[in-house]
Design a protein around this ligand. Sequence first.
Ligand code: SF4
Ligand code: SF4
Length: 508
Amino acid sequence: ALPWLLGSFALGIALFTLVPASAMSGGFAVLCAALIGVGAFAMTFGAAKGGPMKHAVAGLLHLAFHPRQERFAATREAWTGNGTATPPTALKLADVEQQQDYGVAKAVEFRWNQLLSFDACVQCGKCEAACPAFAAGQPLNPKKLIQDLVVGMAGGTDAAYAGSPTPGIPVGQHRGTPNGPIVSGLIEAQTLWSCTTCRACVQECPMLIEHVDAIVDMRRNQTLVHGTVPGKGPEVLANLRETGTAGGYDKAARYDWSVDLNAPIAQGGQRVDVLLVAGEGAFDMRYQRTLRALVKVLNKAGVNYAVLGAQEADTGDVARRLGDEATFQHMAQQMMRTLATLSFARIVTADPHVMHSLRNEYRALGARYDVLHHTTLLAELAASGRIAPKAAEALREKRTTYHDPCYLGRYNGEIEAPRKLLKTIGIQVVEMERNGLRGRCCGGGGGAPLTDIPGKQRIPDIRMADARAVGADVVAVACPNCTAMLEGVVGPRAEVLDVAELVAASLE
Ligand code: SF4
Ligand code: SF4
């Protein structure tokens, strides 16, 4: 209908301006007015009632009042080549104590410009096509989720929705009102907990809608008000509060794997160039191999570094993804107090989730750290000649692909350094179909492995199939979660090796 309505408006205006007033009869003037009126109705009242111009009007207003104006600044900086702006991907801080901000329970509790953004959705389905949870048959379809929120805003049911349903939830079952609870009449809790917060939907959305912010807002309410985190989530949150580690470990044991490598422990008053923050991967026997490889390379390169040692507690990253903003802020303050006692130029970590928290999410609490991913530091060391890794023939002959961690690529824009590093050591990367900023999630983010919502298949199996499709013998990774998820794939599969392991092997 839209072309006809706009055509009517344009024709009415054209006739009214082109035909001289002397030649215009009363009937002709009424015809012009009717043509203009029909088009104008579509653009104004029709838009308000969900007519075809709704998305154009809402879309334009959404761009003007976007909830993350920083996105435009970052894009402008990238376009003009001014510096290396980090994509604005940090979650918004919730004032749990003063404002008693406990997330979103009803449609009306979203900020007004978030509501406007949902109306801007043109139902193109790009988010749905990119979503790993949807592909795995978990009960999440980001397009349907946004459309359900649109239904909630106006009140009504989803019966008129014509796209693919949320897997396992037939269309027609959702209804809601602006002041009614979102969970579970309008959206199921399982839908919220299926999300890996990978931001593939946000990356693809032509209308710049922020699905992850909306999902975390609703998770916060589920967690802070109802305490209904599924699976292992409650146990992990309790561990974090009680022990400062996700697994309930003794913090003093975090760097046990480094004892024979003589990794110095950070001391107040002793400045170092690099402070190594291991993260929760330090308690995982598999990821300890990666961390050991990294420390060996740092030793070999003569880097002036120290590890954080027994003072290190979790950054609060997973608590935040699970909606426990109170625990996140508590852990962040604790980490900031610890870091304030130490003197260092830069922080380096082999965990993109740790990097994202320290670099981007602590900023709202007043922290400013120069935080690097280990692949970036290793690429720097190789470029400056402090290490000269050369892969052995056997390694060079293996077909290697690189899996971008979402929290390194999409969240922090770092897709070049690991590839450059692999090339430097003589490994040619064979790209998977989804790579770089469009990489496919391994399924390990957002606390998804803890909430563990079942689907038809597992997300890491899909990712490993991507690697298989390009005939990869090795999948190079750069994150403890990716390592764990991809190594958990059963059956014949490519070998999973961290970039640090490949570099360390190439120095031997
Ligand atoms: S990508 Fe954006 S505009 Fe397209 S369906 Fe998803 S939310 Fe709507
Ligand atoms: S963040 Fe990832 S998992 Fe979550 S809805 Fe978007 S695409 Fe799906």
